[in-house]
Design a protein around this ligand. Structure first.
Ligand SMILES: [Zn+2]
Ligand SMILES: [Zn+2]
Length: 136
């Protein structure tokens, strides 16, 4: 078992999830991907390697990951929801033209001064617009 597989397995168990081969495979796929994939994309990419994998399993696994705060939905209006791992925490920029979703560093996520008396449990920052490539 390589280190990523061992780490994935440990993380799922720590979150109280039975680390089946399919779940670990989906977790690792999210870990490797920079694309913020949808359920359809995850299924299309993993199914050739794991013929026993069904679309319903991908869907259920992603929902379980979201419920356990392992993954977060990165919503795109009018399209299938796309997903990313919750850790490390970061902000997103969605390009309306090419539909790519960019990761932005978490240093840009400082809690504003106006919230200093609040207990902030979660921050989700999502920008939308046109990326540098599409502006040219
Ligand atoms: Zn773009
Ligand atoms: Zn992301």
């Amino acid at each position: 078992m390589d280190t990523l597989a061992a780490r994935s397995d440990a993380l799922l168990r720590q979150k109280g999830i039975k680390a089946s081969f399919q779940r670990v495979s989906i977790f690792e796929y999210l870990h490797r991907s920079k694309e913020h994939p949808s359920v359809s994309q995850i299924f299309a990419d993993l199914h050739p390697c794991i013929p026993s994998l069904s679309r319903a399993t991908v869907y259920n696994t992603i929902n379980l990951f979201v419920e356990k705060k392992i993954a977060i939905p990165v919503h795109v209006d009018g399209a299938e929801a796309r997903y990313d791992l919750a850790e490390p925490h970061h902000a997103h920029f969605h390009c309306e033209v090419c539909q790519r979703i960019f990761d932005l560093p978490s240093e840009d996520l400082a809690v504003p001064e106006s919230l200093k008396d609040f207990l902030v449990r979660e921050t989700q920052v999502h920008y939308r617009g046109v990326c540098p490539d599409c502006r040219r």
